[in-house]
Design a protein around this ligand. Structure first.
Ligand SMILES: Nc1ncnc2c1ncn2[C@@H]1O[C@H](COP(=O)(O)OP(=O)(O)OP(=O)(O)O)[C@@H](O)[C@H]1O
Ligand SMILES: [Mg+2]
Length: 329
């Protein structure tokens, strides 16, 4: 996907999201997590999968999560999709408080407010229904009677799999199945679409098609999209990539479209470490290893930045004044 195309898609997604929300000033904070904690207990052992995770996603964003295996990506997505409940902290999606929700409201939330795509294509589609019937199913479950088939065909057409409308999943390729799964997930026009490694079982070219389907839904429906991925190519196609490490958001990469002097659009990539509410920052593992940082570091406030130095660094003798004893260092 070329650069101007991505910028145009982002702009369209913003416009559609603003139209949905009733104004551009309502685009802020569609998803808000504050100090989110999830502790699993298995055989008497506790696993802290999320350790006070903070996150804000704006309406109409297309955001990618990356992170090592076991860092908590799926745990977070399952909570946001209403499939799991956090142990502590707060999480709000499209105004719905995920910690205080009755079972009935949770079911409504899962059916109408969010859509979900799993990595395994077989989990997304009912095997004995055709693609069109699969897309129609969530609409019928939500009580919709009219225009169901028409909308199903429209959605399949939007992502280029209308030729699969009459086929069952076993008559489609893996990529066609996952693209159909995207159509199923947006059938009830959700506020947010979650996808947990939707391209994990696909080759590069097919993965790009599935990702393009997510981009299309983001741009055409203004739906907020949050996707977990290991695919480096994917993280190059989104405005914001958030890295999760040990159950916290650790770093993010932002790409912003800028217009150059000669009128062309270019994407500028900037990397940031995430600073949480109480001032915590995770240093990149490579920096920690390179300088052998351990246990404690020295921070120095400079006029426009903060320096981080190994604590074992010995200061030159002329800098050590008598009053500066070891205890004060
Ligand atoms: N139901 C569960 N019971 C016990 N521990 C769990 C459960 N689900 C997840 N965990 C643990 O929580 C941690 C985070 O798991 P999670 O599945 O969120 O990771 P992930 O980032 O999605 O990894 P991957 O990239 O492999 O999918 C892991 O240590 C995992 O073993
Ligand atoms: Mg996972």
């Amino acid at each position: 996907m070329d650069v101007p195309n991505l910028a145009a898609l982002q702009e369209r997604a913003r416009q559609q999201a603003a139209a949905r929300a009733g104004g551009a000033d309502r685009l802020r904070a569609h998803i808000v997590c504050d100090g989110l904690v999830r502790i699993f207990k298995a055989d008497g052992v506790e696993v802290v999968a999320l350790q006070g995770l903070d996150l804000v996603v704006d309406r109409g964003e297309l955001l990618a999560f990356v992170g090592a295996s076991g860092s908590g990506k799926s745990t977070l997505l399952n909570i946001l999709a209403g499939l799991d409940v956090p142990t502590a902290g707060s999480a709000t999606v499209a105004g719905h408080d995920l910690l205080n929700m009755s079972a009935r409201r949770r079911l409504q939330y899962r059916r109408r407010v969010v859509g979900f795509i799993w990595q395994q294509a077989s989990r997304n589609l009912v095997p004995y229904l055709t693609a069109a019937e699969n897309v129609a199913l969530p609409m019928r479950l939500a009580g919709r009677r009219r225009t169901v088939r028409c909308r199903a065909m429209d959605l399949l057409g939007m992502i280029g799999v209308e030729h699969c409308a009459g086929r069952r999943p076993d008559q489609m390729s893996g990529g066609e199945q996952q693209r159909t799964a995207v159509a199923v997930a947006v059938a009830n026009d959700p506020e947010v679409l979650f996808a947990d490694e939707p391209t994990g079982e696909l080759d590069e070219a097919t993965a790009a098609e599935v990702f393009a389907a997510l981009h299309t839904m983001n741009a055409e429906l203004g739906v907020t999209v949050v996707v977990v991925t290991h695919d480096q190519a994917v993280s190059g196609q989104v405005r914001r990539t958030v890295a999760i490490r040990d159950g916290r958001t650790a770093a993010e990469v932002r790409r912003t479209a800028r217009t150059t002097a000669d009128g062309a659009t270019e994407l500028v990539t900037e990397e940031y470490a995430v600073l949480d509410r109480v001032g915590r920052v995770q240093l990149p593992r490579s920096y920690v290893d390179e300088l052998e940082l351990r246990d404690r570091v020295k921070l120095t406030l400079e006029p426009d930045h903060v320096e981080v130095r190994p604590a074992h660094e010995v200061r030159p003798a002329h800098e050590v004044r008598p009053a500066d004893g070891e205890a004060g260092a």
